[in-house]
Design a protein around this ligand. Structure first.
Ligand code: NAP
Length: 231
């Protein structure tokens, strides 16, 4: 069973060295879940504390992805492009990289795929698309993940956060919506990570795509409620 709190199946985190990815690793560790981090180069593994298994590979390298996903039942992707062209561009990372990772994961028997996407991902006219069509690329990846991981025996959770910040988790009431109607707002990367980690064991998080931003500042015991009422 992968969706039982405290389960010990290893989770592969792609984009693990990134700012959200590092929070995903930390929140998995918080719940005692073993982590394998996919890192672009071995030197970058020094960002992690505690017990983290390392898989080295770039997102364009299918063979490296096949090795990285082997033996994991869950993959969480916090990948994100960082340049207009080349191997870290939106088309290479946000679309083709995520699609390649999802394909490798499905073929290797991964049962749950968590994805960090973005608010406004369905809006072709959003100015962010001036950066290599980044939202269009994310939308294409989302579609592929939904198609692949809604199959029998698989599931997905896709989180579309507002502008990302770097605060501690569980310090704000979170506001969620579906249908990409929100125009602005921000969320802490740590809360985005928390939402994806708890999706491992919450049945109500299965096969959900939703937007999320931070609301009022208030300590939260859990973000479990964010999945109430999602369709
Ligand atoms: N910034 C915002 O306000 C905002 C808002 C909504 C959604 N988002 C999305 O949220 C996600 C996480 O954002 P973030 O700010 O946490 O990202 P980030 O810090 O830029 O991290 C991105 C990660 O992707 C990896 N990556 C990039 N190209 C790669 C490649 N070719 N092969 C392997 N790994 C590669 C990076 O690894 P290397 O360093 O090794 O390349 C890094 O680990 C992204 O998808 C972003 O677009 C961002």
């Amino acid at each position: 069973m992968i969706r039982t709190e405290g389960n010990m199946d290893k989770v592969l985190v792609a984009g693990a060295t990134g700012r959200t990815g590092q929070w995903v690793v930390r929140r998995l560790q918080h719940y005692g879940i073993p982590v394998r981090a996919l890192v672009g180069s071995a030197e970058k593994a020094s960002v992690f504390e505690g017990d983290v298994e390392i898989a080295v590979g770039r997102i364009g390298d299918r063979a490296a992805l096949d090795r990285a996903v082997k033996g994991c039942l869950t993959v969480i992707s916090a990948l994100g492009s960082s340049s207009l062209s080349g191997e870290s561009s939106p088309s290479e990372v946000d679309r083709d990289g995520v699609i390649r990772l999802a394909d490798a994961a499905a073929e290797a028997g991964v049962r749950h795929f968590g994805l960090v996407s973005s608010l406004a991902v369905t809006r072709w006219y959003h100015p962010l698309n001036l950066f290599g069509g980044v939202l269009l690329m994310k939308a294409a990846a989302e579609k592929h993940v939904r198609e692949l991981f809604s199959a029998e025996g698989r599931s997905y959770t896709i989180v579309r956060p507002g502008g990302l910040k770097d605060g501690e988790p569980l310090g704000h009431r979170m506001v969620v919506d579906q249908g990409d109607h929100m125009w602005n707002g921000w969320a802490n990367r740590s809360d985005v990570a928390e939402l994806l980690v708890i999706s491992l064991w919450l049945d109500k998080a299965r096969n959900k795509t939703f937007e999320v931003v931070s609301g009022e500042e208030a300590p939260q015991e859990s973000l479990d409620y964010c999945y109430d009422g999602l369709t």
